[in-house]
Design a protein. Structure first.
Length: 239
């Protein structure tokens, strides 16, 4: 059994693909936390409809792509990515990253993001970013340029975070509130408050392993928050 990776430009993404991605997300992403606000129901699966995927994560068809990973024809992973104008180029953003629970620890997330670099979508991208509560997703992005979640240019993130969010084409990012280290709090986490109250039991368990191995630079994870990670594309990003 072999894994197959494909990249689809926004205009070529089909309804069938969106439905498959919605199903994968709805059954593998996570559940709402106990303190999730009404009308969300704690303990139930976080869900996205095909229409919501298209509207919220593949906002601009001309600048968005869908990366898929299939195993013998069955979808086991997908990544939604979009980009928007920033300084002399673009911010490339990983808007959603999902892997089937049964197929994790096979570097599928890392491999899907690596596909972005080989696609014409990547042309002009000077910053790559992600907002995620899951350390493994942050790690997959950090490995895009042979880095990791410890040796990260935190100064670059502090310098560009607010401006990157302000010009985002993704609505919830434009309204997100930067907190922790972004507010000058000594030892603060690199967090954005997005009001996304997904249960953090699994992410915190994974986070403890990163911290124990000295492989984590972004601090603690708080309820309703996501880690905000930005990377300068080697050789092209401006300050």
């Amino acid at each position: 059994m072999s894994l197959r990776y494909d990249v689809f430009s926004g205009e070529s993404i089909t309804n069938e693909q969106l439905k498959a991605c919605s199903t994968l997300f709805n059954t593998n992403y996570g559940v709402w936390a106990q303190n999730a606000p009404s009308p969300l129901k704690p303990g139930t699966h976080v869900k996205n409809s095909p229409a919501k995927l298209l509207k919220d994560y593949l906002t601009d068809a001309d600048n968005s792509v869908l990366v898929t990973c299939t195993l013998d024809g069955e979808l086991v992973g997908h990544a939604c990515a979009t980009k928007w104008k920033y300084q002399s180029g673009y911010v490339g953003w990983v808007a959603q990253l999902v892997v089937d629970r049964k197929e994790r620890r096979r570097y599928i997330a890392t491999s899907m993001l690596q596909m972005l670099k080989r696609h014409r979508w990547f042309e002009g991208v000077i910053v790559m970013g992600i907002a995620s509560s899951h350390p493994a997703s942050c790690n997959a992005l950090c490995k895009l340029f042979n880095g990791d979640t410890k040796n990260v240019d935190l100064g670059f993130i502090l310098e560009h975070a607010q401006a990157v969010l302000d010009c985002s084409t993704i609505e919830y990012l434009r309204t997100a509130e930067l907190r922790g280290a972004f507010k000058g709090i000594p030892g603060g986490s690199y967090l954005a408050y997005t009001s996304f109250y997904v249960d953090h039991a699994e992410p915190k368990e994974i986070l403890r392993t990163y911290v124990a191995k000295g492989r984590w630079a972004f601090g603690e994870l708080l309820d309703g928050h996501e880690f905000l990670v930005l990377l300068s594309v080697p050789g092209v990003a401006e300050s």
